[in-house]
Design a protein around this ligand. Structure first.
Ligand code: FPP
Length: 260
């Protein structure tokens, strides 16, 4: 998995590479069904799309890539599928460690890790430790994660700080909540991608995507490749991000990129 320079993609404006991309990987089950296989067959093939996406993000200089790998609601799936997904996660992380090291990628997670099987927790701890000094791209796996869960946990932390006198109610602001979330250490996503043609957020990064650009593609996750990721970033680069301002107030670099 060698990383090519960004000159591989001359269509991209290097000044407007999204710093943080988040992906809702969807469509594994439908992909498997189309091929006449069990759902887990789709998840297994989804790993190729994960590898491709991580590699592409690192190649073009995306600093953070968050993948929605297992939601709080996914615990309601049949136990067989849950077990297979957890095993796939352990196996993939173990197998991919040399690639993460070679490509200077740091692994992190968000979500309720204590709910994951012990072998999964151990593998994640080991891989996080092994990759902690890598600096090119941070791969953040959302595991046993949901946006509402994270907000509730943050509210609990803040309430407890109020109770112990650490903070006054009137001093609570956006930073207070940002800092209490699992995502505190990362910038908000600039671009959110969802595969498989579904157009919803499914309880992912609810607070963090307030101003993210959203790209939907009909491609099912196991078929998602660098060309599709490129298409999403090109789409992002055409958008004018106003953050509530008027078009005239927008930075010239973004306006320039918009007409490029
Ligand atoms: C959604 O498709 C996909 C998931 C819930 C799991 C994603 C997991 C992987 C791609 C495998 C391993 C991941 C890592 C990070 C190593 P779905 O099952 O909801 O598909 P459907 O909507 O077609 O049923």
């Amino acid at each position: 998995m060698a990383i090519e320079p960004i000159s591989e993609y001359p269509q991209l404006n290097p000044e407007r590479i999204p710093e943080h991309v988040a992906i809702i990987m969807d469509g594994n089950g439908r992909w498997a069904k189309q091929q006449g296989h069990m759902r887990i067959f789709g998840h297994k093939h989804g790993v190729n799309a994960v590898r491709n996406s991580v590699e592409f993000a690192a190649e073009i200089g995306v600093r953070y890539l968050t993948l929605y790998a297992f939601s709080t609601e996914n615990w309601n799936r049949p136990p067989l599928e849950i077990n297979a997904l957890m095993q796939l996660l352990v196996d993939t992380i173990e197998k991919e460690l040399p690639n993460l090291m070679k490509n200077n990628i740091r692994l992190k997670t968000i979500g309720n890790r204590s709910q994951l099987p012990k072998r999964c927790q151990r593998q994640l701890e080991e891989t996080e430790k092994a990759t902690e000094n890598n600096t090119r791209t941070t791969l953040i796996l959302a595991l046993s994660y949901s946006g509402r869960w994270d907000i509730i946990e943050a509210v609990k932390k803040i309430s407890s700080d109020v109770q112990t006198g650490g903070i006054k109610v009137d001093d609570i602001n956006e930073d207070t909540l940002n800092n209490a979330l699992n995502t505190a250490a990362y910038p908000n996503p600039d671009l959110l991608i969802r595969t498989s043609g579904e157009m919803r957020i499914s309880n992912f990064l609810l607070w963090e995507i307030a101003y993210s650009e959203i790209h939907f593609t009909r491609v099912l996750w196991p078929d998602f490749r660098k060309e599709h990721f490129l298409e999403a970033v090109l789409d992002y680069q055409k958008r004018e991000r106003r953050f509530g301002k008027t078009s005239d107030q927008i930075e010239p670099v973004q306006k320039g990129a918009n007409t490029a």
